[in-house]
Design a protein around this ligand. Structure first.
Ligand code: ADP
Length: 427
């Protein structure tokens, strides 16, 4: 078995997939695990991304989970550790707690006896850039991007040196764009200078993929990196790996095809409409009937059984904002969400048990529920369908022989024809 070179800890599920996707495109073979695995790694890969759900939990709990992941990755021989957070640099924010990115970073540094690391959420492909330490989302500063009003993790200061310093006991500094533009040697020189000044963590500017690629070689010797998913594109080359179709190779796809969607995002609404307009077989789920005690999952599976032999089917609770609000008003936001998630997860499992071995799932929370219902513990990352959304292959007790191909599309990702196009990518 090849040696695991990069061990990654991601603070949320779809963020983990985003990172894994970037690593695969840069030439690494990658599996993503759902939480910290109980046993040793049983896949021949270059990198593992352990997906946690630590982004919005208390720092002490986020630290405990992250250290748990670190110990597992070290036991698998990981040579370098990558702590992945969101490209908007947000995490738990309550009165006295101003984020857990700093506390988790410092706990990992302590555990790794690491005296210097970087922090950059830059992801130019997704329009997140860092300049002079200030984070931009699209054309505006982070605190003008809507993130200042986020219900769980508001970001009111775009200056990442200040934001991170407020979360850390170690000194935070900056490697600015003038240095990054001069290349890896200049970055290494600046790291030495910052260390001499007592700085242990540096925000690094990056406004383009070229910046990230220049950064890559300068990071080769650091035991720990902390970043969004962008920094990943410059790392595989440090381990002698180059982009290749082999990195994304999955077992051959077979079986029937289906789409389940519990996402109500605008892009998903367009994707549902597109599938129906192309004449696809589709069935809507009504949350009020689930609440009334109807076995909607059984109904849907009976409807789907004869159809999946002929082609793809779509099962969706996707609805427009007004309809969702009205359902939430009657059932409660969390109750409605949990009920729909449970039903879609049961349908996903039922479809897989009936021979659907290529499954598209739309919705972040919905994906979590489906992965759990399918008993999936890890996924091998394959070819990209659209930015941030790769096909994966997973073992599941619902598909005991060949496993299944699954893709998890978070809300606003994917082109309008995603529900059709996805299957042609796999073919
Ligand atoms: P996204 O990635 O688009 O945010 P999620 O799956 O994360 O999608 O979140 C959508 C949430 O809305 C889920 O909890 C889901 O169960 C819930 N939901 C889906 N359809 C409806 C509906 N018609 N009415 C109310 N809630 C819904």
């Amino acid at each position: 078995m090849a040696k695991l070179v990069l061990g990654c800890i991601a603070d949320d599920f779809t963020g983990a997939t985003d990172l894994a996707n970037n690593l695969v495109r840069a030439g690494m073979r990658v599996v993503q695990t759902i939480g910290v695995p109980a046993g040793p790694l049983d896949a021949d890969v270059d990198a593992v991304v352990v997906a946690l759900k630590s982004r919005t939990i208390a720092p002490a709990e986020a630290i405990a989970q992250s250290l748990d992941a670190l110990r597992w990755l070290q036991a698998q021989g990981a040579q370098q550790i990558y702590f992945k957070y969101c490209s908007t640099f947000d995490s738990t924010f309550t009165g006295e707690v101003r984020g857990n990115i700093g506390p988790v970073t410092e706990a990992l540094m302590d555990a790794l006896q690491c005296d210097f690391t970087i922090a950059t959420p830059a992801f130019p492909d997704n329009k997140r850039t860092v300049f002079k330490g200030y984070l931009f989302a699209g054309d505006v500063l982070l605190n003008e991007s809507g993130m200042q009003n986020h219900p769980l993790t508001p970001m009111t200061d775009p200056n990442l040196v200040r934001v991170l310093q407020a979360q850390c006991t170690r000194k935070v500094g900056l490697i600015d764009h003038a240095v990054v533009a001069r290349g890896a040697a200049a970055i290494e020189e600046r790291i030495a200078q910052l260390k001499a000044e007592g700085v242990s963590i540096a925000i690094v500017d990056a406004v383009s993929n070229d910046d990230l690629l220049r950064m890559g070689p300068a990071l080769a010797k650091l035991p720990l990196l902390t970043a969004g998913s962008g920094v990943a594109i410059g790392l595989p080359a440090n381990f002698g790996l180059a982009p290749s179709s082999q990195a994304s190779a999955l077992p051959k796809a077979g079986g029937k095809t289906a789409v389940v969607s519990g996402s109500c995002s605008l892009a998903t609404n367009r994707q549902v409409l597109d599938f129906i307009q192309r004449g696809g077989a589709a069935m809507a789920i009504d949350p009020l009937r689930i609440a009334a005690g109807v076995d909607v999952a059984a109904e849907v599976l009976a409807w789907a059984a004869p159809l999946i032999d002929k082609g793809s089917v779509l099962v969706y609770s996707t609805a427009e904002a007004g309809a969702v609000k009205s359902v939430q008003g009657r059932l409660g936001v969390e109750e409605a969400g949990a009920m729909v998630e449970r039903t879609i997860a049961a349908i996903a499992r039922g479809l897989v048990e009936r021979g659907v071995h290529q499954l598209v799932v739309a919705g972040g929370e919905t994906s979590g529920a489906c992965v759990q219902a399918l008993g999936i513990a890890q996924m091998q990352i394959g070819p990209q369908i659209d930015p941030g959304v790769p096909w994966c292959h997973a073992r599941s007790d619902a598909a005991p022989e060949a496993g299944l191909h699954i893709t998890l599309k978070s809300g606003n990702f994917g082109s309008d024809d995603f529900f059709t196009k996805a299957f042609t990518v796999l073919a």
